[in-house]
Design a protein around this ligand. Structure first.
Ligand code: GTP
Ligand code: MG
Length: 391
């Protein structure tokens, strides 16, 4: 791989130098700002390489913009990593500022990539008027599926808007329609209220660290305080004693009723003994199921004669492909809804839309921070589009 570093007085100029050297096959490996010794101002350094695979694939591919889209996907993943690093830095303000400056540089880089993207042949944005392409640039950045974007593009392009209108006005008109289109497609789960007075058991499942315990405590507290339900928090984690202890202590602090179980059928005995519960929220042990058999004890809930629903917690800091695999693995349980955690640490929100639509699963809650019980939002269509469109 041919790696080279370029310096300039602005990020845009450094990127131009990259482009004139490597052409459209450039892959950005690193960006950096440097102080100029003994003078004011800064130098911008971009390390880039020639994407050899793209060259092998032939010049025609190099020109149709596909590799630019691949780069863009890589960039979106990179921004996510950056966002995580910024959060992890906590109060280290000096380093934080460095990262924010780097983020500003990356923002410029993003603009350049989009400029290219909108010009490239075969691109979704090719030939779109500026009002429309601004919407799709945003949606691409938010990680929306290409297939969903082309459906939306077909819908918007068919609208009878005056294409010569003022671009800002046109953008507003298209955005309103795009929001309506998206709102119609998002499915939100109904509240976990007892149906016909029958008690319901809601089990939170998910991979390690996806926010099951935090979400269980937040949700239980939400139904207790906002819906005045009698809620029981149950720990079902035979793998780690510390996990049960974490929920027990949280329940105590929140003034919530708590029990722990060894097997799903222990619930019957508990509910027989204590009859005054409207809602039971169960926190379970981490699983990473590749096949039905990997779901272990969770499958035993099927033998318990109670209305049990399963809800999958997903951490938005994971890649979409990883979240997709989790849904596939847990789908043998018959999932009722998806709970997206760590929205506060996420930079793109298109995954919420993509996954919910792809698997026809409604969204029930969002975890928006570490604080229990505060950092919880009930999922709503408005919230999803607000986040996707940055309103
Ligand atoms: N920033 C942020 N952190 C969260 C959120 N939800 C959970 N966390 C944090 O993520 C970490 C793991 O959360 P848990 O609720 O313990 O996750 P879990 O799925 O129960 O983890 P295991 O039981 O170990 O598999 C903890 O440090 C939480 O404080 C959220 O919405 N935002
Ligand atoms: Mg846990």
């Amino acid at each position: 791989m041919d790696v080279k570093t370029f310096e300039a007085f602005s990020m845009r100029d450094a990127l131009k130098a990259v482009k004139s050297h490597f052409g459209n096959d450039a892959v950005i490996l690193n960006t950096r700002e440097k102080k100029i010794e003994g003078a004011k101002g800064k130098l911008y350094e971009v390390t880039a390489a020639k994407n050899s695979q793209a060259s092998i694939a032939g010049a025609s591919r190099a020109q149709d913009g596909h590799h630019l889209r691949d780069n863009l996907v890589e960039l979106v993943e990179y921004f996510k990593t950056l966002e995580r690093s910024i959060k992890a830095l906590g109060d280290d303000m000096a380093r934080r500022q460095d990262l924010f400056r780097l983020d500003a540089g990356l923002h410029e880089l993003r603009t350049v990539v989009y400029d290219e993207l909108s010009r490239s042949k075969g691109s979704l944005l090719e030939g779109m008027n500026p009002g429309l392409s601004k919407i799709f640039q945003r949606l691409k950045l938010m990680g929306l599926d290409d297939s969903e974007m082309s459906k939306l593009a077909d819908f918007l392009k068919a609208l009878p808007f005056e294409k010569k209108a003022d671009p800002d006005q046109l953008f507003q008109q298209y955005q309103t329609q795009a929001i309506r289109w998206m709102m119609k497609r998002i499915k939100v789960a109904p509240p976990w209220n007892p149906v016909m007075g029958e008690r319901a058991v809601h089990v939170l499942v998910g991979s390690a660290g996806s926010g099951k315990t935090s979400a269980a405590a937040k949700i239980a507290h939400h139904y207790k305080t906002d819906h005045k339900q009698r809620v029981l928090l149950v720990a079902f984690d035979n793998k780690r004693i510390a996990a049960r202890e974490q929920l027990r202590v949280t329940a105590k602090v929140l003034g919530m009723a708590y029990e722990s179980i060894e097997r799903p059928r222990d619930l019957l005995e508990i509910l027989d003994r204590k009859k005054d519960w409207d809602l039971v929220v169960v926190d379970s042990a981490a699983e990473c199921p590749r096949a039905k058999e990997d779901l272990g004890d969770l499958l035993d809930f099927r033998d318990v004669d109670l209305p049990v629903s399963f809800h999958l917690t997903l951490a938005m800091t994971e890649k979409e492909v990883q979240m997709d695999r989790m849904i596939r693995g847990f789908s043998h349980l018959g999932l009722q809804s998806l709970i997206f955690n760590r929205l506060d640490e996420s930079w793109s929100y298109g995954e919420i839309f993509n996954l919910s639509l792809r698997w026809s699963l409604p969204i029930s809650f969002f975890g928006v921070g570490r604080s229990v019980p505060e950092d919880l939002e009930r999922a709503s269509r408005e919230r999803v589009v607000e986040r996707i469109f940055g309103l």
